[in-house]
Design a binder for this molecule. Sequence first.
Ligand code: SAM
Length: 423
Amino acid sequence: MSPKPSSPRAAAVSLLDEIMGEGQLMSDLTERKAFQRLAAQDRAAAQRLATQTLRGLERADRILDRHLRKRLPLGIKNILRLGTVELCLGGDAHGVVNELVALAPPPKGRGNYRGLINAVLRKVAEDDVRRWNDLRIPRLPGWLRDPLVEAWGKGAINAMEKAHFTGAPLDLTAKGDAAELAGKVGGTVLPTGSVRVENAGQVSRMEGYEQGAWWVQDAAAALPARLLAAQPGERVLDLCAAPGGKTLQLSAAGAEVTALDISERRMARVKDNLERTGLTASMIVGDALEHEAEPYDAILLDAPCSATGTIRRHPDLPFAKDGSEFGDLIGLQAQMIDHALTLLKPGGRLVFCTCSLLPDEGECQVEEALLRHEGLTVDRTALNHPGIDEKWITEEGGLRLRPDYWPELGGMDGFYIAVLRKP
Ligand SMILES: C[S@@+](CC[C@H](N)C(=O)[O-])C[C@H]1O[C@@H](n2cnc3c(N)ncnc32)[C@H](O)[C@@H]1O
């Protein structure tokens, strides 16, 4: 069931239905016309409701299991999940229950979902709200938890799940001076140079947005371009560029940047971002594997990947995906590394990175690239950057970033980064 998104709650339930029922990602769904027809504040509210429901889904299901005797259609279950999470997070019972009851179809024959939703949510409001904080931190689904436990151990995964449940603050990259920006937006400068803002409101209303003084970019996602350390006038290729956070960093460093991405729709966002910030880059819509050009001084390859490092910000991913596409992505990443090396000058540097927690998309890719390409080396000295903890450096000389790092500062996205040097 997919109610018309006439209100934030209706839109949030539709998002949940399509994420869990059809394997769609929230970032794609929120760009659709039906969603865009909502007012800006309703869109934000719907996303917030769907996001908090996904973060608390396991807890909601544990509570609901005590009240439900039979399997329900996904749409009805999602109404109950959203209501349970809202009530447990302090939502007003009267308003929440009444509106959610109306989202179910009217009673027909023996099916009365409205009556069921009303009865169950009222019980939740009376009996279960106080239990919420005693329930365990929601776990990742087995298809993702198992390989991650194998890679990083149970303790680390528990800590990552805590970070996923907590969510993420807003991180900005300054076009100019980070300390000055932090002062203007009421943020703090992180050890690696990003600016972190707690409890930020609407991004487009923040100081400096219109002037393009900064862009939104997680602290971990800002590191690949920092480690590439582009010099003024260098020819740099951003091989999978959209929506363009790293392109902006390379351009702000004074490099002559070519930004390439296969997606025309996503490249339009690179264009918007360049316009807002007053930065420049040549833009190409095309397949990275087919790109030919004069050799570049440096290449940044932020390859398409499982995005499992971004679950703090995108809690829909574990519910929309099941890992079946990851094998193809791993193959594509290796092909991209090989092709990127053909586009690089001798002595040039290739920064390979993925926002993934899976070693197959990080450490293993680099180990295998070193075996395939004689003379290719990992530049460990490039990791000599403020804020980088030695413990993050991997055996092969890359950088492993995880959501459970910096817990006292508010965490970071999961990422893998390595700076490779062509012989
Ligand atoms: C991780 S995202 C890049 C994020 C970007 N670097 C940033 O910082 O904003 C990966 C990108 O790879 C692009 N992509 C996927 N397959 C590609 C291909 N064969 N050639 C070029 N780009 C591709 C996707 O469209 C997506 O925008």
